[in-house]
Design a protein around this ligand. Structure first.
Ligand SMILES: [Fe+2]
Ligand SMILES: [Fe+2]
Length: 390
């Protein structure tokens, strides 16, 4: 640094300007890591973007290291080296002997003397780690550390800005597709509101089952879109669900695959695709389209299956009457292990007990009592048998 900070202020001003003029985030981060490397004469500099909730490394921008080497570093190694609390600095004086650094030579243990790093909160569960790697065992002065931190902070601001913009865009896109799906469902009075309720139930079950808010949100989207493949189907067939010929049933059974084909070009829905494809698999492997069994069926799809059936039982269809909560509970319990994942039937029951209003069941005292004591009814068998849920 040679005592003068002219270079730093120049870089800082350039980066701030780039952020405010909306320049590409990767370019801004590249600018930051390249300049830090140059200003300090470092061996290399990396800006990692990590997702604390998913425990993943989302991206890295680097200067001075081969991408191949960086791609070998995993989340747990990284978070062992660097403290991941906002504002916490990490300094490794002797990288060659420090036990936090992995033995293999992925980020140049043999060629790195010391490492300085800093963690920044970005947005949601995303965080950034700016790390500077030196050839020798170098100790940064407080002022030098402040410079690295100031540039790292600028990187975090750039990411915040672009990610919240992306987030907004994504929200708009989701709303658009969901609105489209719901508009199509609205024209059919028979299934009106089905997907919205399935989505609401499924989110509650996901949360009850201990999934993260992000996973529950994906499952909610899956619920809204699960039957989107019925779009192109003949209205006449859909209105006669429950009394279809085998041939007509085969047509209806294509809707999960058609649904996936419809949303395939929309990259932002890629996590929802498997949920749509597999929402008619059965726990015992006798479902469609792939006959997947138990854990092979994505968890979100298993949640949708339970909620889809439950909603259909409670709402009824033109050709089969709605069921009482008591009958629906007994049917679900009977189907546990065959059609449904038993653990998710349990999760649904406890979600209903905790928040009956989520399931529009706050007034159904008799049904709710049955949740606690349905074993006796189970021995008698349900008054109304389970229907085909398609
Ligand atoms: Fe379906
Ligand atoms: Fe459905």
């Amino acid at each position: 640094m040679q005592g003068d900070y002219e270079e730093f202020f120049k870089v800082f001003a350039q980066v701030s300007k780039a952020i405010h003029s909306g320049q590409n985030t990767t370019e801004i981060l590249e600018h930051i890591v390249e300049n830090i490397k140059a200003i300090f004469g470092a061996r290399g500099c990396i800006y990692w973007i990590i997702d604390m909730e998913r425990a993943t490394i989302e991206a890295q921008v680097s200067s001075g290291f081969y991408y191949h080497n960086l791609s070998m570093v995993n989340f747990s190694e990284l978070t062992t080296i660097f403290k991941t609390e906002p504002g916490r600095r990490t300094f490794i004086e002797d990288a060659t002997s420090d036990r936090r650094i992995p033995v293999r030579d992925s980020i140049g243990k043999r060629r790195v003397g010391s490492i300085y790093g800093m963690y920044f909160d970005i947005i949601g569960s995303l965080g950034g780690i700016l790390a500077v790697y030196f050839y020798d065992q170098r100790k940064l002065s407080d002022k030098e550390q402040d410079i690295v931190n100031a540039l790292g902070e600028q990187g975090a601001i750039a990411l915040q800005k672009s990610l919240s913009y992306d987030e907004k865009m994504l929200q708009n896109l989701h709303q658009m597709v969901e609105g489209f799906a719901l508009a199509l469902e609205a024209k059919d009075e028979n299934t009106h509101g089905h997907s919205v309720r399935v989505a609401r139930f499924a989110r509650a079950v996901a949360v009850e089952f201990g999934l993260s808010a992000a996973e529950a949100a994906t499952i909610h989207h899956g619920g809204l879109l699960h039957d989107i493949g019925k779009i192109g189907m003949n209205d006449d067939i859909l209105k006669r669900l429950g009394i279809l010929s085998r041939r007509e049933m085969d047509v209806v059974k294509q809707h999960p695959v058609i649904g996936v084909r419809i949303i395939e070009p929309l990259h932002f829905l890629k996590d929802v695709s498997p949920l749509i494809r597999h929402h008619h698999e059965r726990f015992d492997g006798s479902g469609y389209p792939d006959g997947l069994k138990e854990d092979r069926i994505p968890l979100g799809a298993r949640i949708l299956t339970v909620c889809d059936a439950f909603e259909t039982m409670l709402a009824g269809r033109k050709h089969f009457a709605r069921m009482s909560l008591e009958d629906a509970v007994v049917n679900l319990r009977e189907g546990a292990g065959r059609q449904f994942d038993p653990a998710l039937v349990d999760a649904l029951f406890s979600a209903i007990r905790k928040n009956p209003e989520t399931f529009d069941l706050e007034a159904d005292d008799r049904g709710l009592a049955c949740l606690a004591n349905h074993q006796k009814r189970l021995q008698q068998g349900p008054a109304v048998r389970g229907q085909l849920f398609i």
